[in-house]
Design a protein around this ligand. Structure first.
Ligand SMILES: C[S@@+](CC[C@H](N)C(=O)[O-])C[C@H]1O[C@@H](n2cnc3c(N)ncnc32)[C@H](O)[C@@H]1O
Length: 192
């Protein structure tokens, strides 16, 4: 796939990029600590569509004992930032990971492959999934179109909620907890 090449990462992860390691540090700290609050000790991380590898790098620096695996469909990203070359629409890991991160990836997956990507993410997740992506509404009303790739699949939030709701409870702020793993209080999760 040539779309995710040197120019793509320069455009969206350069000076005016969508997010930077300092911002990911806040987010990763919050996700790690909230998981601990729920009684989930993160001992393994799978970063799907890792790009420049900010999540993987944060874990390696701040929690070096955590086993990390980062994967991406881009040959350029894999060669430059050290990921395994994988397409989440067709690849399912042989083991599960305590935390799976899929940050700004699924908007690139077409409608036909979305269900298999979601099923593979669910199969990969032992406890917690962090997932972020722009929905159709976000693309219209929220994102900065100068700094965001707008050439993506625009789907409703309801589409993602219905799909991921098969395997997860949506907690909010991008967090989803695998069904049957962490008992959540009623008001900790979003109503299905
Ligand atoms: C917007 S970047 C996000 C990078 C990183 N997750 C972040 O948030 O900084 C999207 C990434 O998803 C990867 N990607 C797109 N489709 C993919 C797929 N089917 N399987 C794995 N990676 C994919 C691209 O190669 C690219 O690196």
């Amino acid at each position: 796939m040539t779309r995710f090449d040197h120019d793509y990462y320069q455009r969206f992860y350069g000076q005016q990029g969508v997010h930077a390691p300092e911002q990911i540090a806040h987010l990763a700290t919050a996700v790690h600590e909230l998981s601990a609050w729920w009684g989930v000790e993160i001992r393994s991380l799978l970063d799907v569509g890792a790009g420049v590898g900010m999540w993987r790098d944060w874990y390696r620096i701040h929690h070096p004992a955590v086993h990390t695996l980062s994967v991406d469909i881009s040959e350029h990203a894999c060669a430059t930032w050290g990921h395994q070359l994988r397409d989440i629409t067709t690849w399912r890991p042989v083991r599960t990971y305590d935390l799976v991160v899929c940050h700004s990836v699924l908007q690139y997956v077409d409608d036909d492959a979305l269900e298999s990507a979601a099923a593979n993410l669910a199969a990969a997740t032992a406890f917690v999934l962090y997932m972020e992506l722009p929905t159709a509404s976000d693309l219209l009303h929220v994102v900065d179109s100068e700094r965001t790739d707008m050439e993506v699949f625009a789907r409703s939030g309801a589409t993602y909620r219905a799909l991921f709701g098969r395997w997860f409870q949506q907690v909010g702020a991008g967090l989803w907890v695998k069904n049957g793993t962490v008992p959540m209080f009623e008001l900790e999760v979003l109503a299905p």
